[in-house]
Ligand binder design. Structure first.
Ligand code: ZN
Length: 411
């Protein structure tokens, strides 16, 4: 989906504001001799922005609106080095609340719901984002924050909360506790809004069945407002995102080239109306694709697919971009293999090849199983791997995180 004229005009407004404020990105654009973009082709030539730049702008180098208009900052905790600080104007906070309200509405949540919010409050954008949207919707927020399961369950019963906002791991923990205590009939939850982290279909199904609720995936990142910039609808075919606030592109993470709709790659986001810290072509390193066509729900908002992982996980085999999670999904369909597998990428005769090792017991025809797995990978992902079937227990086990992908091309 190419950028349209209205969005281009909005980008030009942001470019002007960035340059006028002499902010970190304003200077960058000025140095690159960019003052406006006239076409989609121009836009696709704009330099990317990166998390590293945001760190370099620490503490307030990204501030693009006058100081007296900034009402709040949020910060994303970096695992290494300096954090990133994002300033927000009152309008930014309001816009974010509107987007989040839309998310709740798409999930069928109304002002009659009681929303228990378990993500953390504070410098980061999680709890307060869920709260903003909830108040805008007119629903009742139960602002718990994380942890203290005892208290969570107590409030959940006493207040008869109908919506749970949490990470998938915390939702699972709560589901297990509810089952253990035999209090399911005292729980009134109908829906769960789950913050974006990669979770398997198996986990989703478990949470959904054990709590008896519908689940919705919410997308977002601190650099771009926070959670609430996209959510799946009742048809569960990817997440709708708000293209009146944001322009999304999918790029090839290696070449930086913008990819056509439907192709998998890295999500790059441009904020169209953000004032405090506009970002142009921000590389999220999240892997997804734009789903072509219209959703059966009739909403005009475009969709991205469930996040597949991070660009760092991506491999390119015979010209096809592949992520470990895709292989994992295919393998999950074979009941006869164990949960252990290993992927080895090597360079043979001028070509990259993938070998997949899987385990099974002695009752299975190894050759036939290998053939079926290879065919399924070919039909799903588009290339044929070499599949090796071994006896259960042969693949290495580790107490820590097991290395399942081994790249031998650069040894
Ligand atoms: Zn839809």
């Amino acid at each position: 989906m190419k950028i349209n004229d209205k969005q281009l005009a909005q980008v030009n407004d942001r470019i002007k504001a960035l340059i006028a404020s002499n902010s970190f990105y304003g200077k960058k654009l000025e140095d690159a001799g960019i003052s406006e973009v006239c076409s989609a082709e121009d836009f696709e030539k704009l330099p990317f922005s990166e998390k590293k730049d945001l760190r370099d702008a620490y503490p307030l180098g990204l501030m693009t609106a006058p100081e007296e208009e900034i009402v709040r900052i949020h910060s994303s905790s970096g695992t290494t080095g300096k954090p990133v600080i994002i300033p927000y104007t009152a309008k930014d906070v309001d816009d974010w609340g509107e987007m989040f309200k839309r998310c709740y509405e798409v999930a069928g949540i109304t002002n009659k719901d009681r929303i228990q919010i378990t993500p953390g409050y504070g410098l980061w954008t999680a709890g307060i984002g869920f709260q903003n949207g909830c108040e805008k919707l007119g629903a009742m927020a139960v602002p718990m924050g994380p942890g203290n399961t005892e208290k969570q369950l107590e409030m959940m019963q006493a207040l008869e909360t109908t919506v749970l906002c949490s990470t998938s791991s915390y939702a699972l923990l709560l589901a297990e506790e509810i089952q253990k205590r035999g209090i399911k009939d005292k729980i009134h939850l109908k829906k769960g809004v789950i913050g974006s982290e990669r979770w398997s279909d198996k986990m989703r199904e478990r949470i959904s069945t054990e709590l008896g609720i519908e689940l919705y995936d919410i997308y977002g990142l601190t650099e771009i407002y926070g959670p609430g910039i996209g959510i799946n609808c009742e048809h569960n075919t990817g997440m709708h995102y708000w293209d009146d606030y944001l322009y999304l592109e999918i790029i090839d993470p290696k070449t930086g080239e913008t990819l056509p709709d439907g192709e998998w790659g890295e999500i790059v986001i441009t904020t169209l109306v953000k004032e405090g810290a506009p970002l142009i072509r921000y590389r999220t390193h999240d892997l997804s694709r734009i789903i072509p066509g219209k959703c059966a729900c009739g909403r005009e908002f475009p969709r991205i697919d469930t996040i597949r992982g991070r660009t760092d996980d991506m491999m390119k085999i015979k010209g096809v971009n592949v992520f470990p999670s895709q292989i994992e999904e295919v393998l999950a369909e074979f009941d006869e293999i164990s949960s252990e597998y290993q992927i080895r990428i090597s360079h043979l005769d001028g070509k990259d090849t993938m070998r997949i090792y899987v385990e099974t017991n002695g009752h299975v025809d190894f050759a036939d199983l290998a053939k079926r797995i290879a065919e399924k990978v070919k039909s799903r992902i588009g290339f044929t791997p070499i599949v090796k079937v071994v006896e259960i227990g042969v693949l290495p086990r580790s107490m820590k995180k097991t290395a399942r992908v081994i790249d031998e091309r650069f040894d």
